[in-house]
Design a protein around this ligand. Structure first.
Ligand SMILES: Cc1cc2nc3c(=O)[nH]c(=O)nc-3n(C[C@H](O)[C@H](O)[C@H](O)COP(=O)(O)OP(=O)(O)OC[C@H]3O[C@@H](n4cnc5c(N)ncnc54)[C@H](O)[C@@H]3O)c2cc1C
Ligand code: SF4
Length: 338
């Protein structure tokens, strides 16, 4: 165990200030010397594995009073970053108008984890690439920039087929983020200059040549909330995994449709388990708009969603699997009763 300091932040300013140590050193948040602690279900794991080595922990749980609310609004909803995954999944308004969100959370992790873990921590969780999580492997560009990537020629069954680079093929592991990106969510970020808003689609960074820079958060910044405009009662989250609970996605799809008299007026398709970042399949969405649904259309949309996929030795099966997941999710969304 490495020594670290522990501080409880009783208000947002204090949290931001305490995280300022990292800001001063200009270190991207995931590697930063100071880390916020929410549910701790990922951070503590990674500290035990010696993957993350913060010198300071800033416990943000006291901010839950203002940052954990689930607020239905006249046209949309706002979700506090410290809301527990289980509470959001069980919320009546979320189940009725945003089933894609409720299901993405319900299908994630285990009941115990969902009771402890927060929305902000969930979107900020780090990849499950086993080379990243095992420090005996030196060559991981994400953990150890410039060292190479053990997964390229190693065991890459769980790795990404979309958004990859020659520097990193790690999969973004979370489920909730797919629902957020499909619904054009905004993320509210609190930092030393106040609060700023960013499209959720811009929060995560594709690996490119700097896989160690994972998000657009600046040092010292915290996610305080997510907001979604509109209501999406016809929406589903479908997740294929090695076992039916307590398991990350091999492939998942978040689909939201606006269906009027059998015609698709608007469509959202996002993919999980297959990409380096939460993945929006915009070209696939374009095929759906203005169309009547049938199985042929579902197959064409699924093919377009994976048109740019690049499989490797062990993970090419994700392309065929992912297409089936997309087609099935579309069928479920079209036939659901709203
Ligand atoms: C065995 C296991 C199985 C799992 N399966 C799944 C799964 O199937 N699907 C899935 O989606 N997840 C899964 N998870 C991940 C789990 O959902 C996350 O651990 C959890 O959501 C993280 O939330 P937390 O509040 O505990 O975050 P923490 O562990 O407290 O924090 C995680 C990271 O986010 C940072 N952070 C936390 N809050 C904020 C904030 N407000 N602003 C900025 N940074 C912040 C922390 O500094 C840390 O770096 C699994 C985890 C385990 C251990
Ligand atoms: S895929 Fe990314 S996280 Fe995994 S070993 Fe390669 S660089 Fe590291």
């Amino acid at each position: 165990m490495r020594p670290f300091s522990y501080q409880r932040a009783t208000d947002p300013d204090m949290a931001v200030q305490a995280l300022g140590a990292a800001a001063a050193a200009n270190i991207p948040l995931p590697q930063a010397l100071a880390q916020p602690l929410a549910g701790g279900t990922t951070l503590i794991d990674l500290m035990k594995l010696d993957v993350m080595r913060p010198a300071a922990i800033v416990d943000i749980n006291p901010l839950a009073r203002g940052w954990s609310e689930i607020e239905p609004r006249s046209d949309g909803v706002r979700l506090g970053a410290l809301a527990k995954m289980a509470d959001v999944a069980a919320h009546e308004e979320i189940q009725r108008n945003y089933p894609v969100i409720a299901n993405s959370l319900k299908l994630a992790a285990s009941a115990q984890l969902r009771n402890m873990a927060t929305l902000g921590g969930n979107v900020m969780q780090r990849t499950r690439c086993s080379y990243f999580r095992d420090v005996s492997y030196e060559n991981c560009n994400k953990r150890n920039p410039g060292s190479g990537c053990a997964a390229l020629d190693g065991v890459n069954r769980m790795h990404a087929v979309l958004g990859v680079s020659d520097h990193c093929i790690a999969t973004y592991p979370g489920d909730f983020a797919q629902a957020l990106i499909a619904l054009d969510a905004m993320v509210e970020i609190t930092g030393k200059s106040g609060v700023r808003s960013l499209p959720f689609a811009q929060l995560h960074k594709a690996p490119g040549s700097t896989p160690d820079i994972e998000t657009a958060l600046q040092p010292g910044e915290l996610i305080s909330a997510f907001s979604i405009s509109g209501r999406w009662p016809r929406s589903v989250y479908l997740k294929a995994r090695d076992r039916q609970s307590y398991e990350f996605a091999l492939s998942s799809a978040a689909v939201a449709l606006d269906l009027q008299d059998g015609t698709i007026r608007d469509a959202r398709v996002a993919l999980g388990g297959v990409a380096t970042v939460p993945w929006r399949a915009r070209e696939a969405e374009a095929l759906l708009k203005g169309q009547k649904f049938d199985d042929g259309l579902a197959q064409r949309v699924a093919a377009v969603a994976f048109a740019g996929a690049k499989g490797r030795r062990h993970n090419s099966f994700k392309i065929a699997l992912g297409k089936r997941v997309v087609a099935h999710a579309l069928q479920q969304a079209v036939t659901m009763e709203v």
